[in-house]
Design a protein around this ligand. Structure first.
Ligand SMILES: Nc1ncnc2c1ncn2[C@@H]1O[C@H](COP(=O)(O)OP(=O)(O)O)[C@@H](O)[C@H]1O
Ligand SMILES: O=c1ccn([C@@H]2O[C@H](COP(=O)(O)O)[C@@H](O)[C@H]2O)c(=O)[nH]1
Length: 202
């Protein structure tokens, strides 16, 4: 099994890159794990308390469960990936059965901050977009898709997103084997990574 980690700041385009990569591939060969599924279970907190959580700090992620799931997939077992709700800021209680594939893609802002998880990646990719571009994309996406308003996004950006990005996420760029510049859609980079994946699954 080839495990590809795709990191980068919020709004850089990780999900979009993953969708572009798998677009022309058979899903029998490629599987996707998203870090969002591994936000800590916050069922013990009220909604008002969950809103206050810093979701951009490595401590927000259940890396033990993510590591256990990746190990099980590597051993050829299926896993139950928790389903996460961004509107509720919590796991939904549902799970998504995820079968092992020849290529597993793991994407998320913080996945390369954890040494144990980082070690499990055969290829590490960092998607880069400038911070103003990421903020604009995040504003549009969170308002349109995640039930937020402009005040919420800007407040979170100033208080947690930017400081956490600078402290934890941007420094993981140094671990990357490949950096994809993504201020604009980058079809050349997508083709290159897809070629690597295709070689593995032939
Ligand atoms: N290269 C790009 N140019 C313009 N918009 C983009 C680009 N990549 C992604 N987007 C848009 O930006 C938003 C955030 O992208 P997404 O893939 O969800 O980022 P991430 O998963 O890194 O947070 C989405 O609305 C997406 O359509
Ligand atoms: O309950 C939550 C959990 C996370 N977030 C924000 O999501 C982004 C990470 O997702 P991307 O798709 O990579 O943007 C992170 O910056 C968290 O702030 C949230 O708003 N609520």
């Amino acid at each position: 099994m080839l495990i590809i980690g795709i990191a980068g700041g919020t709004g850089c385009g990780k999900t979009t890159v993953v969708n572009q990569l798998i677009e022309e591939l058979t899903l029998d060969h490629v599987g996707v794990i998203t870090q969002d599924s591994y936000y800590n279970d916050l069922s013990h907190l009220s909604y008002e308390e969950r809103v206050q959580v810093n979701f951009d700090h490595p401590k927000a992620i259940d890396f033990d469960l993510l590591g256990e799931h990746l190990s099980r997939l590597k051993q050829g077992h299926a896993i139950e990936q928790p389903v996460y709700s961004f509107t509720q800021h919590n796991r939904t209680g549902e799970t998504l059965m995820t079968e092992p594939r020849k290529v597993m893609i793991v994407e998320g802002i913080l996945i390369m901050t954890n040494p144990m998880i980082r070690e499990m990646f055969d290829i590490k990719i960092y998607v880069h977009a400038d911070s103003d571009e990421r903020l604009i994309r995040r504003l549009k996406r969170d308002i349109n898709e995640r039930g937020r308003d402009i005040e919420e996004v800007l407040y979170r950006y100033q208080t947690t997103l930017k400081p956490m990005h600078d402290q934890f996420i941007e420094p993981t760029k140094e671990y990357a084997d490949i950096i994809i510049p993504n201020n604009k859609y980058n079809t050349v980079a997508i083709d290159i990574v897809r070629t690597i994946i295709n070689e593995k699954i032939q």
